[in-house]
Design a protein around this ligand. Structure first.
Ligand code: PMP
Length: 294
């Protein structure tokens, strides 16, 4: 059976789930979204994702026409309809259908789309052997122009970074800000271990506050690992002891090479492996209400 897609309160089979070409999400990338996961029939960190969605919408003066509770219910219904237990959930709110002008006032009704899909995991080798990544010359959006904290439907900055990474024959790349400081990767946050300390760039540099990033910080605090949000320069990347990336889809992925320079002994490090283990415990343990029976 085809996937059932939620559009503005109705369900459509995938092949018939269509949006107007006058939707400003399509015309201008005017809208916001969330990537969420469910594990064993429970939506993981649902509240945090919903909160970030409403915050992103607020930052672009987009009023979501459903309450958080209503939106939550719509996601759960979509998951049930598709009978998905381990799912990737894409929740999208665009400005809605307008005309060819930019003016958001021409779009009276935001478009809400919920796509739930089987999670397509990265190959197991990424987690076991670690990832090779590269530093990119594509600069991360300035938070003063377009704050990366807004998870908007306009991902061109990240896509340009991804194209550069692909050109360099790696899966992910590190983006710097105008000052040459590390921000994040094209679709993941970054952590490094340097002199035994776990570091990640502070949000004010222009970094999405990743929900997986927050979990890593929770784990570090719980186990009293030295942790700091600190500015990281390019040169520091070449003397890290460990490095890993975090994101809802990727979870926690070890990095073993940056720009062809091997990190440590080329194997995922001790802190990284501990993080992966604890992260998996959390995803198994928590996850809100059960929406389908096992
Ligand atoms: N940075 C960017 C640019 C992203 O797109 C994502 C994925 N949403 C992340 C970081 C990781 O965020 P999260 O852990 O909330 O998925």
């Amino acid at each position: 059976m085809e996937l059932q897609i939620y559009i503005n309160g109705k369900f459509f089979p995938q092949s018939k789930a269509l949006i107007s070409v006058f939707d400003h999400g399509f015309l201008y990338g005017d809208g916001v979204f969330e990537g969420i996961r469910s594990y064993a029939g429970r939506v993981f960190r649902f509240e945090a994702h919903l909160e970030r969605l409403y915050k992103s919408a607020g930052r672009i003066a987009l009023k979501i026409p459903l309450s958080k509770e209503e939106l939550k219910e719509a996601v759960l219904v979509t998951l049930r309809k598709n009978n998905l237990k381990d799912a990737y959930i894409r929740l999208i709110v665009s400005r809605g259908t307008g005309d060819l002008g930019l003016d958001p006032r021409k779009c009276p009704k935001p478009t809400i789309v919920i796509i739930t899909h089987k999670i397509s995991l990265y190959p197991e080798s990424f987690y076991k052997q670690g990832l090779e990544i590269a530093t990119l010359s594509t600069e991360r959006n300035s938070p003063r122009a377009l704050d990366p904290q807004i998870k908007s439907m306009n991902y061109l900055n990240n896509i340009l970074g991804k194209i550069e990474a692909i050109d360099k024959k790696v899966e992910e790349g590190i983006m710097f800000n105008r000052q040459g400081l590390v921000t994040e990767c094209t679709g993941d946050n970054i952590f490094i271990v340097i002199q035994g300390k776990l570091l990640t760039p502070p949000l004010y540099l222009g970094v999405l506050e990743g929900i997986t990033r927050d979990i890593v910080m929770e784990i570090a605090r719980k186990f009293e690992l030295p942790l700091a949000e600190e500015e990281i320069g390019r040169e520091e990347l070449y003397r890290v002891q460990e490095c890993f990336l975090t994101g809802t889809a990727a979870e926690i992925i070890p990095v073993v090479k940056i720009d062809d320079r091997m990190i440590g002994d080329g194997q995922p490090g001790k802190t990284t492996l501990k993080m992966i283990e604890e992260f998996h415990k959390i995803t198994r343990r928590e996850g809100g209400e059960i929406y389908v029976k096992k």
